[in-house]
Design a protein around this ligand. Structure first.
Ligand code: 5RP
Length: 234
């Protein structure tokens, strides 16, 4: 089964939360896209009044094209669910997110939700986070001094082989997030203490958000060769 088939299977499993009278945050990425399309079909078929809050312009555009009832986070401080993908997820349901650059909005929406459901294929499951480069959203103003502070922090925390890269678009220009910021991707290999790293990164002036999502995800719907496993955080 391909990774994309698994992503779709996980997305279809999450459809069970698409019911009447609930508000759902929509993640960003290829897995979230499967959920958006399938949710739109279900809403249409069952004539549901479900409200959806997208986390990016791309998710907004896709959801709008498929006719979902969209609202913004300003009018919905409390959501029932957020359904989103992940770049990596560990046994404590700690995640790396932001491969698509939407981490800041994804974290605001997810942390405003009663239940956060991670839908993913099994390639996202890891014992230790960090093989996937950790995205850190930083202010464009002072990007070099912020990068220097991040480098010093990593050195002080024992990341001796860390590499940092300012994310670029395909045309080579720096990637700009929807919030108008830059992203520095940290190639760390392994993150032995994600809680400590997240707290210390967020303490640095210039850091807007870090792609470590800790204590946010409560339910994982992970597709495997044998079907979709649903696991709830104890
Ligand atoms: C976007 C994200 C995505 O959830 C993450 O990159 C996974 O993407 P995909 O579903 O395409 O594998 O965090 O910012």
């Amino acid at each position: 089964m391909s990774a994309d088939t698994q992503k779709k299977a996980a997305a279809l499993e999450a459809l069970k939360v698409v019911t009447a009278d609930v508000k759902i945050g929509l993640g960003t990425g290829t897995t979230a896209n499967h959920f958006i399309i399938a949710a739109a079909e279900k809403v249409k078929r069952e004539k549901l009044n479900t409200i959806f809050v997208p986390t990016s312009a791309a998710s907004y555009a896709l959801a709008q094209k498929h006719g979902l009832n969209l609202q913004n986070i300003e009018d919905n401080a409390f959501l029932d669910f957020t359904v989103d993908g992940a770049d990596e997820i560990d046994p404590q349901f700690r995640m790396i997110k932001g491969g698509g650059g939407a981490l800041h909005r994804e974290k605001i929406v997810a942390s405003s939700s009663r239940f956060v459901i991670c839908i993913c294929d099994e390639s996202k499951k890891v014992e230790t986070l960090g093989k996937f480069p950790l995205p850190v959203e930083v202010s464009k103003y002072g990007v070099n001094p912020t990068a220097w502070k991040i480098e010093r922090l990593l050195h002080n925390q024992g990341f001796t082989n860390a590499k940092m890269r300012l994310r670029a678009q395909v045309d080579g220009k720096p990637f700009v997030t929807e919030g108008g910021n830059a992203i520095i991707d940290l190639q760390l290999g392994a993150i032995p203490d994600p809680d400590r790293l997240e707290a210390s990164l967020k303490h640095l002036p210039g850091v807007i958000e870090c792609g470590l999502f800790i204590g946010i995800c409560g339910i994982v719907m992970m597709a495997t060769e044998n079907g979709v496993e649903e696991i709830t955080r104890p």
